[in-house]
Design a protein around this ligand. Structure first.
Ligand code: 8YV
Length: 315
């Protein structure tokens, strides 16, 4: 049987690669040194793009594949896919929601705890002998009983809030409208007011052109010198220059970040800062979740080529 040709934008773990190669003829863009030449050669045969959340599929890639039918994303965020181009050409788009929600929320809360209690510095304190030479580790900020602001109470924001409730944290959230499943939590309809209220501001918004830099200088300053910004969504939701300036000046107490503009090549100014916890965009990075994401990528592709309804369509 003829296997449909797919363009694979980035690598997957071996447990996904093997079944993908079994079912499809995979053209691995990430292995090509001259990507334009690769797209020009293979583009016309491509019927599907298999990509990752942060890699997406841009207009140039889509235009190079005139017979493209579907883009299947390994990730929940579809901001890096040119949805307009897909809509215009009736190209279906799928993502991997739900399966990663709990892990992303876990990492967000872990980042808050780790940063608040200075666990990275404390580890170094033990390893480099400061504990015996200097004595007690400097005191850090308490987590329980604090106030959290959740910017974007979607699936991930909701799971973050649910976890924080277990720490007796006061929870407020901001979204386009109050949510009927959030009756125990306060709705604040403005990001600046939410940030003023919060000790910990969690950014859990699905990114789009509309949410670009929603966390701007004003929001960051409202979080304040004792506050922390935690981002487990997309870098574009925060004005990164304003964030860096506030971290450098102390106008913002600290940040815990899993996502960066231009990642994996982040702004080197981050590396100079001691008040920021840096993570390599791995909030969904557990074996269990990544296996479920890979399965869903294949299930969407298989359903499409079998003419069945798509399990998790975006478009
Ligand atoms: C990445 C993500 O896809 O779900 C998303 O939107 O960005 C992540 O899960 C993951 O890092 C794999 O590349």
């Amino acid at each position: 049987m003829h296997k449909p040709d797919i363009l694979q934008v980035g690598p997957y773990p071996q447990w996904d690669q093997v079944p993908l190669d079994e079912r499809f003829t995979t053209h691995k863009l990430f292995e090509a040194t001259d990507k334009d030449a690769f797209l020009a050669e293979h583009g016309p045969t491509i019927r599907a793009i298999a990509t990752r959340g942060e890699l997406g599929a841009d207009a140039r890639m889509i235009a190079a594949c005139p017979n493209l039918e579907i883009v299947s994303l390994y990730g929940v965020g579809f901001d890096a896919v040119d949805l307009e181009a897909c809509r215009a050409q009736n190209i279906r788009v799928t993502n991997t929601p739900d399966v990663l929600t709990q892990d992303v929320a876990d990492l967000g809360v872990a980042m808050m705890l780790c940063q608040s209690r200075g666990m990275i510095g404390a580890e170094a304190w033990v390893r480099d002998g400061a504990w015996s030479s200097k004595g007690l580790y400097p005191l850090k900020r308490r987590v329980h009983g604090a106030k959290a602001g959740i910017l974007g109470l979607g699936r991930i924001g909701y799971e973050v809030a649910r976890r924080l409730a277990g720490f007796d944290i006061d929870i407020a959230y901001c979204d386009v409208a109050p949510k009927d499943y959030a009756k125990d939590w306060s709705f604040i309809d403005d990001p600046v007011a939410l940030a003023s209220h919060a000790d910990f501001l969690f950014v859990t918004l699905a990114a789009s052109e509309q949410t670009r830099h929603v966390v701007d200088r004003e929001v960051i300053h409202a979080v304040g010198p004792q506050g922390m910004v935690i981002n487990i969504s997309r870098a574009s939701n925060i004005d990164e220059d304003a964030l860096l300036a506030a971290l450098e000046s102390g106008a913002l107490g600290s940040a815990a970040l899993d996502v960066f503009e231009g990642e994996p090549d982040l702004n080197p100014r981050f590396l100079q800062l001691e008040n920021v916890l840096l993570q390599p965009h791995h909030a969904s990075g557990t074996i269990e979740t990544r296996k479920a994401m890979g399965q869903l990528v294949r299930d969407n592709l298989s359903a499409h080529f079998a003419g069945h309804p798509l399990p998790t369509p975006v478009l």
